[in-house]
Design a protein around this ligand. Structure first.
Ligand SMILES: *Cc1c(COP(=O)(O)O)cnc(C)c1O
Length: 411
């Protein structure tokens, strides 16, 4: 049986423990939702103040040059590149994930004009699937989204598939797909691959170029701690840049925006994937979180994440056996990202009762309770304390209270 002492010892010997003080976390709160909205780096508040008061308030329009605003999206992209196994000039930080997927998928489909199938995981975070469906419709060329689930994906990658578009770590169950094997299979049949890294960037080591990936997208507000609605990123392997035109052809993607020419001519670099003026405040604060992540050792992050999730499973097993929390995530740590999901038909009120007790996880319909592990700011003792609070809630039927059974607009 584990005891709190074991967790205290792990905290003492934790190589990443100094990172926690870089984040703003309310006293006593245990935060397992960094896979949905990462914690705020303390420095982000100072940076926001500097951008507003000095760069905007004092230097005004000069800041496009003087403060480097114009190149921020590319500068941050190059930092993200280091986290995902990409080279300089292959990543840009802009727009929302769904928008980036729209632009990239359009380019990928143009590169395989004779094929009509887009292969996706049906149970994936829906915006990716919605985007592919919307794009297929607007293109009007008979494209069709075909769905496969985890164990059937390799088999479903056949010679009629134009593009395989998958999320590396599943948002709900946390399973990790084999990027190398799936990318290889896609290429073997002549298809292109797009990886969504929303639940893996900043959570585990990623090697896009080592896996020969064509395209990728991802957000920065989850494990990269970029802030609510911070711009997402996109990766385009250099061999695919400056060829097919993406559909949102705004002035920022023009090869010379400040010549204000009449006709669109795309940039030959990753800039071709920009559309319009970028949200500088959001980019500037996102950069702070990304800088912290770049300064950490991703192998250490992965090691701690695995240790935490294994311990969490053990704690559930040792303390809450009689409540039938089924583990929805793979039990083998090599097959999952940085979260553990539990099935429970009463998941919604239980999560609400937990939040009221200062343990923030979240709920995904119809029956999944999610706990995300963010090694830079979570302590091992947080695991112990959270499970003890969950035990109190279960033993005393706290979750049955009416206040925990009313549905809020954001779950
Ligand atoms: C979080 C998440 C998104 C977010 O999409 P936005 O367009 O940035 O809101 C997209 N895809 C996946 C797989 C996600 O987990």
């Amino acid at each position: 049986m584990l005891s709190r002492k074991d967790f205290e010892k792990l905290d003492k010997n934790d190589n990443l423990k100094d990172f926690r003080s870089k984040f703003s976390l309310p006293e006593g709160l245990i935060y397992f939702d960094g896979n949905s909205l990462g914690a705020m780096p303390k420095e982000a508040a100072l940076r926001a103040n500097e951008v507003v008061v000095k760069e905007w308030g004092h230097d005004l329009i000069q800041s496009w040059n003087k403060a480097g605003w114009f190149h921020l999206t590319e500068k941050i992209g190059n930092k993200i590149a280091k986290l995902i196994g990409a080279n300089e000039g292959e990543v840009i930080c802009t727009d929302a994930t769904g928008l980036n997927l729209f632009k990239i998928l359009a380019v990928a489909l143009k590169m395989r004009p004779e094929r009509k199938i887009i292969l996706m995981e049906g149970s994936n975070f829906p915006t990716d699937n919605y985007t592919a469906q919307g794009l297929s419709q607007i293109m009007g060329q008979g494209h069709e989204v075909k769905f496969a689930e985890k164990n059937d994906i390799l088999e479903a990658i056949t010679e009629d598939v134009a593009v395989v578009s998958l999320t590396q770590v599943h948002y709900k169950k946390g399973h990790l797909l084999d990027m190398k094997a799936i990318t290889k299979k896609a290429h073997q049949v002549g298809a292109l691959i797009i990886w969504d890294l929303c639940h893996s960037a900043g959570a585990l080591p990623i090697d896009l170029n080592g896996c020969d990936v064509d395209f990728a997208v991802g957000c920065t507000y989850k494990y990269l701690n970029g802030g609510p609605g911070s711009p997402a990123f996109l990766f385009v392997a250099s061999r695919h840049q400056g060829k097919e035109t993406q559909p949102l052809t705004g002035w920022w993607g023009h090869k010379a925006p400040f010549l204000f020419e009449q006709d669109y001519e795309q940039a030959k670099t990753i800039w071709q994937f920009l559309t319009g003026t970028q949200p500088i405040l959001s980019l500037a604060t996102a950069e702070v979180g990304i800088d912290i992540m770049v300064s950490a050792d991703m192998e250490e992050i992965r090691k701690k994440s695995i240790k935490m999730s294994d311990l969490f499973i053990q704690l559930i097993d040792e303390n809450l056996k009689e409540y039938d929390f089924c583990i929805a995530s793979p039990l083998n740590s090599a097959e999952r990202g940085s979260q553990i999901s539990l099935y429970s038909e009463n998941g919604y009120p239980i999560i609400k009762a937990l939040i009221a007790a200062g343990v923030v996880g979240d709920f995904r319909a119809p029956d999944i309770m999610r706990f995300g592990f963010t090694p830079l700011y979570l302590k091992y003792t947080d695991l112990w304390d959270a499970v003890q609070r969950l035990k109190v809630i279960m033993e005393n039927d706290v979750w049955k209270k009416a206040e925990f059974n009313e549905v809020s607009s954001v779950t």
